[in-house]
Design a protein around this ligand. Structure first.
Ligand code: ADP
Ligand code: ASP
Ligand code: MG
Length: 485
């Protein structure tokens, strides 16, 4: 049995739903469990609409209400169902299912509009409709192509905590529910088509796993069912040596380790959600990243094998919208307990730290956090260190909101001297200033901070230096080509 997840662009239109049905049908003997994202653009629309109605359209020129906003959305879905499904009977059933979902959505949006208030819990309830609609259409497309299929919401399958907008799955109850509900269907030859992205608390309240979370859903379900493989179908040829939007020469990697995939996704390779590898690692289930627009292409295999042999640097990733917080002063790290107090505040505010660094002189303590968390954090730190600031033990606490982290990833760097040196001199030659640097103790990843404006140039320069085939000797070129395509 395998789990197959289709992302937003893979189900972006009627034609795409039909291709997915054909593709899945072709793998029927593998007993696929299908996980679908919302149609591309839908989740953004739902989140924006919930915010707009909660503000009563205050910033818009004309008064706005949920009823009016949903009309256009309804016609988009009506058209997709019309164009996807050919059988009149299946089509009319799907129209009813979609209409029932939209009716429920409208009631929810009207409630939000009337209250003028939007809680994280309500936001999840609204955001979940994209995947619910998509699973209905994808299951109907499979039926229309002659297969037995059933749409199921993962509110029935994935049990999470109540951390709305970024819920954490509880694997014990999730495993029990997935097995009880899905295994009998598979035995009967039915293809389950389940929603990505969403779950529910033990009390049955809808939650979501965070943006891009459908990949994570696929791997949660794969682990719960002990599936042989988990296939993530997307719109590019697998995990590539760089974001293809930044580097046109980026190449698809044939095979990488869970650890490398984890690092790359954590530092911005959007192709898989950062938590996707975790459930798979625990069960040793290989993940494949494949392209729905190029299904014959093998894509990338992600597994637990040691990947030190496959080249020095495998890929470069970057993360935007970050801020560098600096606690500066001649004795910042000399005064005992300052770092501990700084990170206690960070942890109190539940802020995620991407990287920590301090100058070799030991004066400044710098760390990188999400941009939107930076200002509130600086305010709390200023309050916490009021006395130290007055006594000049700390000179300043500031946030520079225009930075990017560039992560250079590859298990082959482990124990190979000189990579960092080569990295710095290449960037230096191209006039790119490095603000700070950190290396993980696993030596899988070197991360650098550069100004946000330098992101593209830095990624391209690093890719040219370590991953370009141009200028390599024949034997080295042959070696690089053996692990990429
Ligand atoms: P889906 O809708 O299928 O989940 P996403 O848009 O979330 O797809 O992720 C796929 C996109 O990730 C690609 O179109 C590509 O632009 C981007 N991406 C960023 N870094 C990488 C990388 N290293 N390899 C492949 N794709 C990447
Ligand atoms: N639809 C959700 C999102 O846009 C989840 C996903 O596509 O992975 O974030
Ligand atoms: Mg995605």
């Amino acid at each position: 049995m395998i789990v197959m997840k289709f992302g937003g662009t893979s189900v972006g239109s009627a034609e795409r739903y039909q291709s997915v049905a054909k593709l899945v049908g072709g793998y029927r003997e593998k007993q696929p469990v299908v996980v679908v994202s919302a149609m591309s653009g839908t989740t953004d629309w739902l989140l924006n609409t919930a915010r707009t109605v909660s503000e009563g359209g205050r910033n818009l020129p004309e008064p706005i209400n949920a009823e009016r906003l949903i009309a256009e959305f309804r016609s988009r879905y009506k058209k997709v169902v019309e164009e996807t499904i050919t059988s009149p009977e299946i089509r009319s059933r799907t129209f009813s299912a979609v209409a029932a979902q939209l009716h429920h959505l409208l009631r929810l949006l009207t409630g939000i509009e009337m209250l003028g208030e939007l809680s994280p819990r309500s936001l999840d309830a609204v955001a979940a409709f994209g995947e619910k609609l998509s699973s209905k259409i994808a299951a109907a497309a499979l039926q229309d192509a002659g297969f037995q299929a059933e749409a199921i919401s993962t509110e029935e399958l994935i049990v999470t905590d109540a951390a709305f907008n970024k819920a954490v799955p509880l694997m014990g109850p999730t495993r029990a529910k997935c097995r009880a509900r899905l295994l009998p269907l598979l035995e009967k030859g039915v293809i389950p088509v389940v929603t990505g992205f969403i779950g529910a608390t033990e009390e049955g309240i809808t939650t979501t796993l965070g943006r891009g979370g459908s990949d994570y859903s696929a791997s949660i379900i794969g682990a719960a069912l002990d599936s042989e493989e988990i296939w993530i179908w997307t719109d590019v040829d697998g995990v590539m040596s760089a974001d293809p939007r930044l580097v046109v020469q980026a190449r698809s990697l044939r095979r990488i380790s869970y650890a490398e995939a984890g690092e790359l996704s954590h530092f911005g390779a959007k192709v898989i959600h950062p938590l996707t590898v975790l459930p798979a690692v625990e069960k040793g289930i290989p993940l494949y990243i494949k392209n729905t627009f190029n299904p014959e292409f093998p894509g990338t295999r992600i597994d637990g094998s040691d990947q030190t042999a496959g080249g020095l640097v495998k890929a470069v990733a970057s993360t935007k919208n970050l801020a560098l917080v600096t606690v500066a002063g001649s004795s910042v790290l000399a005064v005992p307990g300052i770092a501990a107090r700084v990170f206690a505040i960070v942890s109190d505010q539940k802020v995620n730290v991407y990287m920590i660094s301090h100058a070799s002189s030991g004066h400044d303590l710098c760390f990188v956090v999400e941009n939107k968390a930076a200002q509130p954090l600086v305010q709390s730190l200023l309050k916490e260190f009021e006395r130290e600031l007055a006594r000049k033990e700390i000179e300043s606490i500031t946030a520079d909101s225009q930075v990017t982290i560039i992560a250079v990833v590859g298990a082959g760097m482990r124990g190979t001297p000189g990579v960092a040196g080569r990295l710095f001199s290449t960037l230096g030659r191209h006039g790119i200033n490095i603000i700070a640097i950190a290396q993980g103790s696993s030596e899988l990843n070197i991360s650098l901070i550069v100004a946000a404006d330098d992101e593209k140039a830095a990624v391209q320069t690093i890719h040219n230096e370590f991953l370009s085939l141009v200028g390599l000797s024949k034997s080295v070129r042959h070696h690089v080509e053996s692990w990429t395509r």
